[in-house]
Ligand binder design. Structure first.
Ligand code: AMP
Length: 223
């Protein structure tokens, strides 16, 4: 059934293209985008009480406490009441998921299932010019000369964050912490999994699926 309002959650490991797919959903379906990470960064910049508290956890690589998160997100959702929305980065725990469902209905939870090996392979091609932050990719955006920055002629480095073993650890951590959340939504018959390697492969599937629930504004195709 096509409805007028759609409340969707998007999940996916870091490097899955969740940001790209989210932007495309927002554009083609005219939805409001609410990203918990962006919201937290805004709170930190604005030095709000929630921002100051959140920063302590984020700086240590930890999750912000559920109560703070639930309050923040509830406030933001209240502001876009009456619109279709896409929630990104929230919920990260089962407690958050339960609180969200208490607040109001969710229509669908999209999970982008991109094989870990594909993500690791893609990220390991990244090389950075440390001083400027310029990023190259051996496959998609190679420097003119291997291992050398085009502008300064200085050597490129591989950031710690982009090393295969670091990426693998990050992905395993993500999987461990989100598995219960995915299970929770699956039990509620809300989970819809999309499997693929690239955003351009996943996008038509996601678009087709969402089109069964809400009328799209347009369809943008990406090659
Ligand atoms: P992100 O940009 O989504 O990776 O978020 C950046 C950081 O904000 C995360 O590493 C967490 O510390 C925190 N964060 C974002 N969303 C949540 C959430 N739903 N629950 C707890 N912490 C969060």
């Amino acid at each position: 059934m096509i409805s007028k309002l759609l409340r969707v959650i998007i999940m996916g490991p870091p490097g899955s293209g969740k940001g790209t797919i989210s932007q495309r959903i927002v554009k083609d379906f005219g939805m409001k985008h609410l990203s918990s990470g962006d919201l937290l960064r805004k709170q930190i910049m604005g030095r709000t009480a929630a921002g100051i508290e959140a920063k302590k956890y984020i700086d240590q690589g930890q999750l912000v406490p559920d109560l703070t998160m639930v309050n923040l997100i509830s406030n933001e959702l209240a502001k876009i009441d009456g619109y279709s929305w896409l929630l990104d980065g929230f919920p990260r725990t089962v407690v958050q998921a339960k609180e969200l469902l208490e607040r109001g209905p969710i229509d669908s939870v999209i999970n982008l299932n991109v094989p870990f090996e594909v993500i690791i392979d893609r990220i390991k091609g990244r090389w950075t010019h440390e001083a400027s932050g310029r990023i190259y990719h051996t496959e998609f955006n190679p420097p003119n000369k291997e291992g050398i920055d085009d502008v300064t002629g200085e050597p490129l480095i591989q950031r710690d964050d982009d090393r295969p073993e670091t990426v693998r650890k990050r992905l395993e951590g993500y999987q461990l912490s989100t598995q219960p959340v995915l299970q929770f939504f699956d039990d509620k018959k809300l989970l819809k999994v999309f499997t693929g390697k690239y955003s351009n492969e996943l996008w038509p599937l996601v678009h087709d699926y969402l089109s069964t629930k809400i009328t799209p504004v347009q369809y943008t195709s990406y090659k």
